[in-house]
Design a protein around this ligand. Structure first.
Ligand code: NAP
Length: 454
C-alpha cells in the first residue's frame, strides 16, 4: 500500500494499491511496444503533442497545484509556479528538440561522416517528492521529444501526482503506454532496472538511493544519470550589496520550506561584513510566515512528513551540541502537521551536521570566513557540488570565482541558484553526474551514433 498523507494535518488523503511484479512487467512490455512506433514519428508530430501537454498543464493548473500542496505541503503559490515551469519545459523541447538532435556533419576522409542521435528505448525515472511535477517533466519532456518512452517510479508519498502526470500525457494525445507510472515501492526498483526492456535509469533523490540504483544499473551496463543531494554554499564578499544578498539568500533558504536540492544551506560571509549581513538575514527570515500551505499569505508550509521533520530537528540539535548557536527557530511547534520554523544557526564549523550534511529544510548555517580565499575553501569543503552562489558588486571578480573557483555544477553570481530549461542542470562529487535540461539533457539517453560512408 502506498499512502498519501497531508503533512499539514497528518490526515490520510488516500491509499493506493501497489502494483504486483507481473503488473509492472506488463506495463514495461507495453511501453516498449509503444516506443517501437513512437521512434518512427516525426518531430513535428511529437512537438504538437508536447505543446498539447503544456496546454493541459496550464488549463488544469489549479487542480494540479492543490494536489501537490496537499500531498507534500508546498505553498500553493509555489505549486502554481511549478505547474507553469513544467509547461515551459514542454514548450522548450517542443520548439528545440529537432534542432538540437539534427545530424551533425563531421568532415573526415569519408564521402560523408556524421553524428546521428537515436533514441535508446524505455527509460526509467526514479523521482523524489519535493518538486513532484517539475522533476518528472524535466525528465519526460526531453525524452519523449527524443523518441524514448518513459516509466515513472515516483516517491511513495506522491502517488496522486504520479497518476496525474501520466494523465497529462494521455490527455495531450500521446500514444497509450508511452509514458506510464508504476505504483511500486523502492524495494521493487531493482526488478524494473533488471528488466531487459528497460535501457537506462535516471534518479533524482538522496545519495544512498543513487548509490544503490547506480550500482545495480552499472552491473547490468545500463546508463544512469544521478541528481542527488546538495549543501549549496552562498559566499558573501565584503563588496556585496548586502541587502540584495540577504533577500536572495532568504528566498533560497525557504523555497519549498527548504526542501530543495539547490536551496541555499551554508552562508559563508567574510568577517568585515559578517555582523551586518547576519542582522539583515535575521531580520528578513524573522518576518516569514509559516502556516497552512493552501493559504496564499504563508511563505512556508510544513515539511513533507513528520519523519523528515524529526530527522531535520535532530541534525539541528546535534549541530548545537557541537557548538553551533541558535539565533532563530529551532523548536518543534506544538501544532498538528510536520511544521518546522525558519531556523538560523551561527558559528557553524566543518565537522558539524549543519556544515557536513544536507539539512533538507528551512535551516540556515552562518559561517564566518577571514577573506575571499578562506570563504572559497570553506565553500568547497563539502562532499556535495550541486549549486553555489557568490555575491559581489565586482562582476568580473564574481564571474571568475563562479567559473574557476567554486566546485559545483551550477554557479551563480548575485542571484540564487535556479534551474532553467535552457541551461544544463546537475552536479559533481556526491551530488551526482550527468545533466538534465538544455541540449545536454536531451542527449543523455540517446545513442550518439557515428555514421561513416566511404
Ligand atoms: P529518496 O528517499 O532518495 O527518494 C527518491 C526516490 O528514490 C523515491 O522515489 C524513492 O522511493 C526512491 N528510492 C529511495 N531509496 C531507493 C533505493 N534504495 N532504491 C531505489 N529507489 C529508491 O529522496 P527524497 O527524500 O524523496 O528526496 C530528497 C532528496 O532528493 C534530497 O537529498 C535532495 O537533495 C534530492 N534531490 C535532488 C535533486 C537534484 O536535482 N539534484 C532534486 C530534488 C531532490 P520511495 O519514496 O518509495 O522510498
Amino acid at each position: 500500500m502506498l499512502s498519501s498523507i497531508n503533512p499539514a494535518n497528518n490526515i490520510l488523503i488516500k491509499n493506493y494499491d501497489e502494483m504486483t511484479s507481473p503488473e509492472s512487467a506488463d506495463i514495461i512490455s507495453l511501453a516498449d511496444k509503444a516506443f517501437k512506433n513512437w521512434k518512427e514519428t516525426s518531430f513535428i508530430h511529437r512537438s504538437e503533442l508536447m505543446k498539447n501537454a503544456a496546454k493541459v498543464l496550464r488549463d488544469n493548473s489549479e487542480e494540479y497545484s492543490v494536489l501537490m500542496t496537499i500531498e507534500m505541503g508546498k505553498p500553493i503559490v509555489q505549486s502554481r509556479t511549478e505547474v507553469e515551469k513544467c509547461a515551459w519545459v514542454c514548450d522548450y523541447y517542443a520548439d528545440n528538440a529537432e534542432k538540437i538532435l539534427a545530424d551533425e556533419i563531421i568532415k573526415t576522409e569519408a564521402t560523408k561522416s556524421f553524428v546521428s542521435y537515436q533514441p535508446l528505448g524505455v527509460i526509467l525515472a526514479v523521482m523524489p517528492w519535493n518538486f513532484p511535477f517539475w522533476q518528472v517533466f524535466r525528465f519526460a519532456a526531453p525524452n519523449l521529444m527524443a523518441g524514448n518512452a518513459g516509466l515513472l517510479k515516483h516517491a511513495s508519498n506522491v502517488s496522486g501526482c504520479a497518476l496525474a502526470i501520466e494523465d497529462v500525457f494521455r490527455k495531450a494525445g500521446f500514444p497509450e503506454n508511452l509514458f506510464r507510472t508504476l505504483l511500486v515501492k523502492s524495494k521493487n526498483v531493482k526488478d524494473i532496472i533488471s528488466n531487459t526492456k528497460v535501457q537506462a535509469v535516471t534518479l533524482t533523490g538522496s545519495v544512498p538511493a543513487g548509490k544503490s540504483v547506480a550500482a545495480l544499473a552499472g552491473s547490468l551496463i545500463k546508463k544512469t544519470v544521478l541528481e542527488l543531494g546538495g549543501s549549496d554554499p552562498y559566499v558573501v564578499l565584503e563588496d556585496a550589496d548586502l541587502h540584495q544578498a540577504a533577500m536572495s539568500c532568504v528566498t533560497s533558504s525557504l523555497i519549498n520550506a527548504g526542501q530543495s536540492c539547490i536551496a541555499a544551506k551554508r552562508f559563508i560571509i567574510v568577517e568585515s561584513v559578517y555582523d551586518e549581513f547576519e542582522k539583515l538575514y535575521l531580520e528578513i527570515m524573522s518576518k516569514k510566515r509559516m502556516g497552512d500551505p493552501l493559504d496564499e499569505n504563508n511563505d512556508l508550509g510544513p515539511q513533507a512528513s513528520l519523519q523528515l521533520r524529526d530527522e531535520l530537528h535532530d541534525q539541528v540539535l546535534r549541530s548545537i551540541k557541537q557548538g553551533a548557536e541558535l539565533i532563530l527557530g529551532g523548536t518543534v511547534p506544538e501544532i498538528d502537521g510536520a511544521y518546522y520554523p525558519p531556523t538560523i544557526l551561527r558559528n557553524v564549523k566543518p565537522g558539524m551536521p549543519a556544515f557536513d550534511e544536507e539539512l533538507f529544510g528551512p535551516v540556515a548555517a552562518l559561517i564566518k570566513a577571514a577573506d575571499e580565499n578562506d570563504a572559497i575553501n570553506l565553500a568547497n569543503k563539502s562532499i556535495f557540488g550541486l549549486g553555489a552562489s557568490v555575491f559581489t558588486k565586482d562582476i568580473k571578480r564574481g564571474e571568475q570565482i563562479a567559473k574557476e573557483k567554486l566546485n559545483a555544477g551550477c554557479c551563480f553570481v548575485n542571484d540564487f541558484v535556479k534551474s532553467d530549461p535552457r541551461l544544463p542542470f546537475g552536479g559533481i562529487k556526491e551530488s551526482g553526474y550527468g545533466r538534465e535540461l538544455s541540449p545536454f539533457g536531451i542527449k543523455e539517453f540517446m545513442n550518439i551514433k557515428t555514421v561513416y560512408i566511404k
